[in-house]
Design a protein around this ligand. Structure first.
Ligand SMILES: [Zn+2]
Length: 460
């Protein structure tokens, strides 16, 4: 939520501060908060006379005072944390400002992980490593993928500062994908685990990190709204829905062009399990990470908003991702450099994709399948073969099954759902003939070499 929503003026932000219980000597900001009468700012009689309360999940006032939602890990009580630009921080039930009384939204109950209070994080690099370490512990992902996810986590804390909110598509089997979504929920801002894309059940003041476990037609319609702020839903109560999102796309048949603006990740089958027992065991670690990430947001909000980080030599959506993720990494050029390397392959792929050379490699992979006399082939296998050929040619580009599926479609190959292994193609005679013909046109190495006994190779 932006300050302008409620016309907050900086002068009233400071004027409105009533006497707070002194927390300076206490070990935690929560000390005394729940003792009746002590932390109450206004008696209930006074309250009725006041303006109605406005539920919020977090706001930065014009004088740069931040108001954030926090949850007491021992009692579960939700309150507001108020941090003035000078660093003075208090926990309070409500923040009065410009005739409004801000209170924590009741929808906080939908958010499984909230910080308790800000906690020092050392340095950006240290925080980045701590987040990465947590993801690594509960996934079978490689260092590069984990680094990308850690960047995603940081960027989820600065949605209002970004041109493009990070979105991530997960491919692969459902169990490891759900486990990874739960892991990400521990390290993202205001995570909400959703069954589908519907926003009707979500309070409008919530701007959560959506973790959608099932892609549906609504997801395709709303994806652009998740990615770009300012675009509202058209209904009796228009609302903005932008914010970081993670969507499980299974075998990747999203039709919207905005799917190309998502980061993409194939979750390996062996991905570790992560559910309520692990969550309980790690409760203290999760709260500690959320606390540090909250401090990171509080201290760096303005820097991220003003950042002009860019990688002009990048191409297409990769450049926007470099901006989005890179801006959220403050005072850590080495982490930014790492990110640049990670996105380089994606940028190369987008560039190469335009040059259409990837099509030739995909067709080459299909020719190999014809030569193996396979009756059918899964898109995932085509992707694997394609990547093997690319690797053998010293290319760093790797294609996801989704990208391969897209290119196949563009080349007018029909894919259908073969079995539980996902979509694929039947290699009937007509199809093999077409593959060879196209291979010849695109300069496929395998057709060029020819296979003894293959009637399509001979066919000039
Ligand atoms: Zn042949």
């Amino acid at each position: 939520m932006e300050t302008t929503d409620h016309k907050l003026a900086s002068k009233s932000a400071s004027a409105a501060g009533r006497k707070q219980p002194e927390a300076a000597t206490a070990r935690t900001l929560w000390t005394g908060f729940e003792v009746p009468g002590l932390a109450e700012e206004v008696s209930s009689g006074d309250r009725e006379k006041q303006s109605p309360s406005v539920p919020i999940c977090g706001v930065v006032l014009r004088d740069r005072t931040s108001v954030e939602m926090v949850r007491n890990p021992s009692s579960g009580a939700v309150a507001l944390l108020r941090r003035e630009p000078g660093g003075k921080t208090t926990i309070t039930r409500e923040v009065a400002c410009d005739g409004y009384r801000y209170v924590a939204t009741a929808a906080a109950s939908q958010i499984p992980h909230l910080p308790a209070e800000p906690m020092p994080y050392g340095s950006t690099t240290a925080l980045f490593s701590a987040v990465a370490e947590f993801i690594t512990k509960y996934s079978d992902l490689g260092d590069d993928e984990v680094a990308l996810l850690a960047s995603f986590s940081l960027s989820s804390f600065f949605g209002e500062c970004l041109t493009l909110a990070s979105s991530l598509l997960l491919f692969g089997a459902p169990l490891p994908a759900v486990a990874l979504m739960r892991v990400l929920a521990c390290v993202c801002r205001h995570p909400v685990l959703c069954l589908g894309s519907s926003v009707t059940g979500l309070a409008p003041e919530l701007r959560p990190t959506r973790l959608i476990c099932q892609s549906d037609a609504g997801t395709e319609r709303q994806l652009a709204g998740f990615q770009f702020s300012g675009f509202t839903t058209q209904s009796a109560h228009p609302r903005q829905i932008s914010g970081a999102s993670v969507i499980y796309a299974a075998d990747g048949e999203l039709k919207t062009p905005f799917a190309n603006l998502c980061l993409q990740l194939l979750v390996p089958r062996g991905n570790c399990s992560f559910g309520p027992p692990e969550q309980e065991r790690e409760a203290a670690t999760i709260t500690s990470l959320q606390n540090q990430l909250l401090m990171y947001r509080l201290e760096n909000y303005v820097k991220v908003k003003d950042s002009e980080f860019d990688v002009p030599e990048f191409y297409g959506p990769s450049r926007e991702y470099a901006r989005t993720l890179g801006r959220c990494i403050v005072d850590a050029p080495e982490v930014q450099a790492r990110l640049r390397t990670l996105l380089q392959a994606r940028s190369d792929a987008e560039r190469t994709e335009d040059a259409r050379t990837l099509d030739a490699v995909i067709v080459d992979a299909l020719v190999v399948c014809c030569h193996e006399r396979r009756p059918w082939v899964h898109v995932g296998e085509i992707a694997k073969l394609t990547n093997a050929i690319l690797k053998s040619e010293d290319e760093t580009v790797e294609l996801t099954p989704k990208q391969v599926g897209g290119r196949l479609k563009a080349m007018q190959f029909r894919t259908t759902r073969l079995d539980s292994g996902g979509r694929g193609m039947y290699l009937l005679n007509g199809e093999c003939a077409r593959i060879h013909k196209l291979g010849r046109a695109l300069g496929s190495v395998s057709v060029d070499k020819g296979l003894l006994g293959c009637r399509y190779c001979k066919n000039e």
